[in-house]
Ligand binder design. Structure first.
Ligand code: AMP
Ligand code: GLY
Length: 406
């Protein structure tokens, strides 16, 4: 099988690394890929548009394409591939609306009867300011469209809420603040069935103890014990399966990776959002510990049982200045030593320059390890991360700590 992977981050490196172990995979091509991916795949610059990708796949005899980030999905890459009879993993443009528009998503959760935070959708600043009065503080304000993780503001005061409304544009979702533990529930849908991976948890804030500004994710761990069997059953029965059934009913079946961002409240799981792709850095942790042939699973998920017997941890090493203004061009050392210490180092914001590997983005590396228990996985990942250095390197020291307390 000849596989094309679209994207350039740690998630795509992890996909490539896992696919490389699949028996049926003969060739991997990444667009644009990154220096870490180069060891396993041919990296080719990305195309200008989705037609370019489809033509490339057609001309190069690609058997299967996997899309990492949401933007090409929201722009309809799956529709373009399917029109040409090309096999691709992901949702159609219509189905990708679940992530592309928060207003669409909230209305959809209501139609499907999915438990979620109480909310209103507004289309003007005046409307939003008026609706704000209906919610106690803190209140959550979300911009409608894709915002790369920067479209959600949790306001603790009325002044903060008003300035969030001014900042986030006209089309907004205003919703009640939910308390609980956040869980990423990610799996693959074939249109009617959902094949869940292990639950996982991201760490969105830059500093230990969930302090400081939001980032793309500073680390993640996957551990089946994050949810009890009963809780996982509730998530499947109240959220994942009703969503797939409603998508079918509306004539827009959902295929591809589906990622539910959950809040586990005292009253049960509540859906904060759907993403129509794998999470980053959750994918690095999940794919590291996954057992089962990924390529076969993607094509025929009902035929392969993928399992996650070992907890796994991904620690993100971020550049100086991240998340505001990440500094680039700092020489990275110690990756070989980290891998010798029992981790896999997935690359994200890296670049080769004058024979050196240098920083080239906010989240630079994802040091990932598994273990027979979470403690072992965490210790292994941190021991490996300690071998790596670059100027201004930042990382959290408490990835997986919530799991260790469980
Ligand atoms: P979202 O993009 O909708 O997942 O929101 C980004 C982050 O904001 C989430 O990961 C949560 O940490 C937080 N968040 C979003 N909605 C809520 C809510 N209703 N209550 C509490 N926190 C929320
Ligand atoms: N881990 C958060 C995300 O991928 O959106």
């Amino acid at each position: 099988m000849k596989i094309l992977i679209i994207g350039s981050g740690g998630r795509e490196h992890a996909l490539t690394w896992r696919l490389w172990k699949s028996a049926d995979v003969t060739e991997l091509i990444a667009m644009p890929g990154n220096p870490g991916i180069e060891a396993m795949a041919t990296c080719i610059p990305g195309m200008a548009d989705i037609r370019g990708y489809a033509s490339f796949a057609e001309q190069s005899g690609i058997d299967l394409t996997i899309v990492g980030p949401e933007a090409p999905l929201v722009h309809g890459i799956v529709d373009e591939f399917r029109t040409r009879g090309l096999q691709i993993i992901g949702p159609t443009k219509a189905a990708a609306q679940l992530e592309g528009s928060k207003i669409f998503a909230k209305k959809f959760f209501q139609r499907a009867g999915i438990p979620t935070a109480r909310s209103v959708e507004t289309t003007s600043t005046e409307d939003a300011l008026r609706c704000l009065q209906e919610f106690p503080l803190p209140v959550v304000i979300k911009a409608d469209g894709l915002a790369g993780g920067k479209g959600v503001i949790i306001a603790n005061t009325m002044e903060d809420a008003e300035s969030a409304i001014q900042k986030l544009g006209k089309n907004l979702v205003i919703e009640e603040f939910l308390e609980g533990e956040e869980v990423s529930f990610i799996g693959l849908s074939d249109g009617s069935n959902f094949f869940p991976f292990s639950p996982s948890q991201d760490h969105k804030r830059i500093f230990d103890g969930d302090a400081g500004p939001n980032t793309g994710g500073m680390g993640a761990y996957a551990d089946t014990r994050i949810l009890s069997a009963k809780q996982s059953g509730q998530v499947m029965d109240k959220i994942m399966l009703p969503a797939l059934a409603q998508m079918n009913k509306e004539g827009t079946p959902f295929t591809g990776f589906l990622y539910a961002g959950l809040m586990m409240t005292a009253a049960g799981p509540r859906l904060l959002e759907f993403n129509v792709r794998l999470g980053d850095p959750e994918a690095q942790a999940l794919l590291h510990s996954m057992e089962g042939d990924l390529a076969t699973f993607l094509v025929s998920p009902a035929e392969v049982k993928v399992q996650f017997p070992s907890p796994s941890v991904c620690i993100v090493l971020a550049a100086q200045g991240y998340p505001d203004a990440p500094k680039t061009g700092d020489v990275i050392s110690g990756i070989k030593e980290a891998e010798a210490a029992g981790a896999v180092v997935f690359q994200a914001g890296t670049k080769r320059e004058d024979g050196h590997l240098v920083t080239h983005g906010g989240r630079v590396l994802g040091v990932t390890a598994s273990g027979e228990d979470l403690r072992t996985a965490v210790d292994r990942a941190y021991a490996a991360a300690a071998k790596i250095s670059f100027n201004g390197m930042q990382f959290r020291t408490d990835i997986g700590a919530k799991g260790l307390r469980r």
